[in-house]
Design a protein around this ligand. Structure first.
Ligand code: KG4
Ligand code: ZN
Length: 335
């Protein structure tokens, strides 16, 4: 079985072709980062318009890369939510229509299910069951995963998502959009423990997260350092380090709790923030200490991409899911 995957939920146009025997046959990604950079964040209307320009040419390029034609495609998967409504509608409309024109089934994929299954694209793929930590710009979720579609939410963020906290804090530090990776880079130069920020919601039991307070702690520290005439490059790096360490520790504490609570010893980490080197190091250490294993997607499949949508779509089609002949997108959609 071979599936074309289309991802347009935010500011990345991702197209891929996944074959269950051959793996990923084509993978095209166009990032709109430059388009939104001047605005300091994603402008939904501009995102939709750019997806319209890029989606079909990238599908043509993916078919050419895979050396196949529409006749070799057995189904079309597209991200139907959650995400920006206008952006989602581009992928959903093109995906649903192409499937109709080609006489093939279409399947709507949940963006977070795409992230969740992305580590299964790797040679060392996790087996079910496992605990998944999903950390993206829009979501922070801890999920018990027993199989495709068998997801139990163990915890989630009550306010900002982890990636959102990175991005907002980066903005406070005058780092350009997209801030998360830039803040992580700055943190590499930081002195550990010069500043220590809270680990929110770790003192009480439970698996939910809250990251908005960290932004405030950072803002307060920045203001104090500016007032003291100390806000130099090293201080900025030290603050970035303290922020990142607080996020990473908080995520690691909750992962450990979720693993102990479920009795599972496999941890899957996915979504944009799973590209963070410090997070990976700490979670891999945690899993070693628990005699378990951590699984991550390769870097290009951490952030939004079409490969994860093609893969999740193929699993969904195999399980008998198909979309009716209507274009549907859901900006909010629980996993
Ligand atoms: O999964 P993703 O591409 O899009 C959503 O579904 O939201 O995640 C994007 C998020 C952004 O908030 C970005 O700042 C964050 O992932 N991110 C990182 C890193 N790379 C991407 N955050 C921290 N460290 C990184 N290296
Ligand atoms: Zn995403």
């Amino acid at each position: 079985m071979r599936v074309l995957g289309i991802e347009t939920s935010c500011d990345e146009t991702g197209i891929a072709i996944y074959d269950d025997k051959l793996g990923i046959m084509a993978h095209q990604l166009y990032s709109q980062v430059a388009l939104h950079a001047d605005y300091g964040g994603v402008v939904p209307e501009l995102a939709s318009r750019d997806h319209i320009r890029k989606t079909i040419p990238l599908i043509e390029a993916a078919l050419a890369d895979a050396g196949c034609t529409k006749d070799d495609i057995d189904g079309v998967a597209f991200t139907a939510g959650p995400g920006l409504m206008g952006a989602l509608l581009v992928g959903a409309t093109i995906g649903r229509s192409l499937a109709f024109a080609w006489g093939k089934p279409a399947v709507a994929v949940h963006h977070m299910e795409g992230h969740l299954l992305a580590p299964m694209l790797e040679e060392r793929a996790p087996e079910f069951p496992f605990v998944a930590l999903l950390v993206s710009g829009g979501h922070t979720l801890l999920v018990r995963v027993d199989g495709i579609g068998r997801y139990e939410i163990l915890g989630e963020s009550v306010d900002d998502a982890a990636g959102e906290a990175f991005d907002k804090t980066a903005k406070l530090m005058d780092l350009d959009y997209p801030g998360g990776p830039r803040l992580a880079k700055l943190a590499e130069q930081g002195t550990p423990k010069r500043f220590v920020f809270p680990r929110p919601m770790t003192a009480k039991p439970g698996l939910d997260f809250s990251f908005s307070g960290l932004k405030t702690a950072t803002a307060t520290t920045i203001a104090a350092e500016i007032a003291a005439g100390n806000y130099d490059q090293q201080t900025r790096a030290d603050i970035a380090h303290a922020f990142q360490q607080a996020v990473v520790d908080t995520l690691a504490i909750k992962c450990k709790r979720a693993l102990l609570q479920t009795g599972l010893n496999r941890l899957v980490v996915a979504g944009g923030v799973s590209a963070n080197v410090s997070l990976r190091e700490q979670l891999s250490e945690l899993m070693a200490s628990l005699n378990g294993e951590a699984f991550y997607p390769r870097n290009e499949y951490c952030t939004d991409n079409g490969a994860m949508i093609a893969f999740a779509g193929l699993q969904r089609l195999k399980a008998g899911d198909t979309e009716p002949l209507a274009v549907r997108a859901r900006p909010r959609w629980p996993l």
